[in-house]
Ligand binder design. Structure first.
Ligand code: ADP
Length: 438
């Protein structure tokens, strides 16, 4: 500004000097020309500044006189501001990226509980679509009445368990609402479907074990009380023997259940090992001897065993899987049925143990459940033949620990084929003496 006043004074003085030494008219002409030149220069500068204002990121136009004094500090301030804005943008970006990376869903709501933002996990959990749902009330999006009731509360000390379906997927969600900032809300969602399933499985398992043990225990206790209460002279030796036999049967049943439970728990808790070479033909022949005893010559056995095919594994576990399939075939095949036991290498190089029977078979709806613990198609038949309902669950575990697949093919009333297919990587040369795994 002082420079402007100085220029005007200089122009005035120049005009006065010209007028004094020449004529007054010449003085006015000089002053007018000078003023016009100043106005033109200022007009040009103003036009350049207007252009610059449209894109403040560029440096200001080269300016003269007072313009430079005004524009330079504005530009410096602008640069400082844009550096701060860039830093803030970076912070916001990294916070958003962190919120996206959260394993839980996060949803932000305004004072009216309208959607303002949500991460991808929340979209997956709840079906929220940020593009179309932003600005809509959360009550119109999550319509479950229990969520409505929960969200209307003033405080949310506990999360809510919500059964929700999004994109045809049923989920169990744990949702927790909380306040943040000035009257805003944060909704956190966690998918607990698997945890809930595991918890249900655990509860069912405990209930099943208790039930399985309680039945023989009740029978055992009943006979014990009977023997205890009846005076010696009122019971014949045969009757006493009969009761004792029944008691032994029940005690053995409990023992078998506990033994299978322990086997399962060992399989679940011990680390998987490669093991040592196992002479499978020996394992199968031993299992066949037991099967013959169990069959009491009521079945026809066909054997098709490759004596030299060996695999790496844990022998005790393989013994259990091999004999489970074989004893099942005997137990679920009526008299005169045929049981074919095979151990061979497939064209793909897999080692396959299969037990085929002409027994009662399994219906298609029961097939997928056979390897569940304590699942039996016919409870009575399983119990009467000494089954625990855990044999196939154990076999499936052993298979998993040996890179094998348990496949079951069956037709109700026609028979079944249970097979264990071991990966080619498990096949190995026969063990040298003393090298087998127990
Ligand atoms: P269980 O001790 O009851 O035999 P498993 O786990 O070995 O228990 O088998 C589960 C169920 O699968 C059996 O109760 C039976 O219903 C069915 N099952 C198993 N093997 C056969 C088979 N070879 N033929 C028909 N059903 C079978």
């Amino acid at each position: 500004m002082p420079k402007t006043i100085f220029s005007l004074i200089a122009l005035g003085l120049l005009g006065w000097a010209v007028g004094y030494f020449t004529t007054a008219t010449a003085g006015w002409v000089v002053t007018t020309l000078g003023m016009t030149a100043m106005i033109l220069v200022s007009g040009t500068q103003l036009a350049q500044i207007r252009k610059w204002v449209a894109d403040l990121s560029a440096p200001p136009p080269p300016s003269v006189g007072p313009w430079d004094e005004v524009l330079a500090p504005i530009y410096r301030q602008l640069r400082r501001d844009s550096a701060i804005i860039a830093e803030l943008e970076q912070d916001v970006d990294s916070i958003l990226q962190a919120a996206e990376a959260l394993p839980d869903g996060a949803v932000t709501l305004d004072q009216e509980k309208r959607l303002t933002w949500c991460n991808r996990t929340a979209s997956t959990h709840t079906g929220l679509n940020l593009a179309t749902d932003r600005g809509h009330s959360i009550f119109n999006i999550l319509r479950a009445p229990e969520f409505g009731k929960y969200a209307q509360q003033q405080r949310w000390p506990e999360p809510l368990v919500l059964h929700h379906s999004a994109g045809n997927v049923e989920r169990t969600l744990l949702v927790q609402l909380t306040r943040y900032g000035i009257g805003h809300y944060l909704l956190v969602t966690r998918d607990i479907t698997q945890v809930e399933k595991l918890e249900t499985t655990r509860k069912d398992f405990v209930a099943n074990v208790s039930h399985e043990l309680r039945t023989p225990l009740t029978v055992l206790l009943g006979f014990l009380e009977t023997l205890y209460d009846i005076p010696r002279e009122d019971i014949s030796d045969e009757q006493r023997q009969h009761y004792l036999d029944l008691m032994i049967t029940q005690a053995k049943r409990m023992q078998a259940i506990v033994a299978d439970l322990l086997t399962l728990s060992t399989l679940e808790s011990s680390p998987t090992q490669a093991g040592l070479p196992v002479q499978m033909s020996e394992v199968i022949h031993k299992a066949l001897q037991q099967a013959h005893l169990l069959s009491a010559e009521q079945h026809v056995f066909v054997e098709n065993i490759d004596e030299n095919l060996c695999i790496m594994g844990i022998e005790t576990e393989l013994v259990s899987a091999v004999s489970n399939l074989l004893t099942n075939a005997v137990r679920y095949t009526p008299k005169d049925g045929t049981i074919t036991v095979s151990w061979y290498k497939t064209e793909q190089g897999l080692a396959c143990y299969s037990v085929q029977d002409t027994g009662i078979g399994v219906s298609p709806q029961d097939l997928p459940r056979l390897t569940e613990r304590f699942y039996r198609v016919d409870r009575g038949r399983s119990r009467s033949t000494g089954g625990t309902g855990l044999g196939l669950a154990i076999t499936k575990h052993v298979a998993m620990r040996h890179n094998a697949e348990l496949t079951i093919q069956s037709r109700l009333g026609a028979g079944s084929n249970f097979a264990l297919e071991f990966a080619a990587s498990r096949v190995c040369p026969p063990p040298e003496t003393g090298q087998t795994s127990k």
